[in-house]
Design a protein around this ligand. Structure first.
Ligand code: MN
Length: 246
């Protein structure tokens, strides 16, 4: 059996990333896939990009990874661009959109937010049509309308772990390493099965929550006088999205 750890939405939170990498190593898992949003929101973008490049087998693009290569001139975008520097920005801009693999007879597709784009957000409570759209081939995912649809789709973006079965397909979200918005612990998933097998066989999706030093992550942000520090600290301590009203 092969195991892949799937991490996403690290958002420049180094203590959370290190806690997750330690947990993955302690389980003896040596293959890691990253579903994007390495940067944004947190204080350590360069360190996180370097650590992800060093530890992950495949990395795909999130909305923040794309946006930071295009935006400038606000305190927040300049904070990230200055710390990343040209070569990391180029790396982020060149990340692919999706990962396709097969395990235990299942076609599995992983992307950041949806089959349409890194900016198109799908929640567990989005319409059934939106959720079924996650299994279609689009310009972004590649593949043609006649090709078999993925059996299993996993993604990040919403920072909120879930799994659903829909018309015989499985849709799951791995949650967020560095900015969880469901409970205040870092999140990742493990896929386990026969890698590359076309025959149906046992297959597992496991969700892992890892406590990490939240106050250290906030202190890191204070030390570099990060823009939107208050909102960041509140999200890490409460797992409540800053966009929600009380
Ligand atoms: Mn994100």
């Amino acid at each position: 059996m092969k195991r892949f750890a799937v991490v996403s939405d690290i958002h420049a939170n180094l203590p959370a990333l290190e806690a997750v990498l330690s947990d993955i190593a302690a389980r003896g898992i040596s293959h890691i896939l990253c579903l994007g949003d390495l940067i944004g929101k947190g204080p350590s973008p360069a360190q996180v990009v370097d650590r992800v490049r060093e530890t992950c087998d495949t990395v795909i693009r999130g909305n923040w990874d794309e946006a930071v290569t295009m935006n400038r001139g606000t305190p927040m975008w300049d904070f990230y661009r200055e710390r990343l520097g040209e070569s990391r920005l180029q790396y982020l801009g060149g990340l692919p959109f999706a990962i396709d693999l097969s395990m235990s007879g299942r076609k599995i597709r992983l992307f950041h937010a949806s089959a349409i784009s890194v900016h198109h957000r799908v929640q567990p409570w989005s319409s059934e049509e939106e959720r079924l759209g996650m299994f279609t081939h689009t310009t972004a995912t590649g593949g043609r309308a006649g090709d078999p649809a993925p059996d299993v789709v996993g993604y990040g973006d919403i920072h909120n772990v879930f799994l659903q079965h829909l018309s015989g397909h499985t849709l799951f979200n791995v949650g967020s390493v560095g900015n969880p918005l469901d409970i205040t612990q870092a999140s990742y998933a493990i896929l386990e099965g026969e890698s590359g097998a076309t025959e149906n066989g046992p297959f597992a999706i496991q969700f892992v929550r890892v406590p990490y030093d939240i106050e250290r992550a906030i202190a890191d942000a204070q030390a570099v006088d990060m823009p939107q520090l208050k909102e960041y600290a509140s999200e890490l301590r409460t797992a409540r999205y800053r966009g929600l009203k009380n």
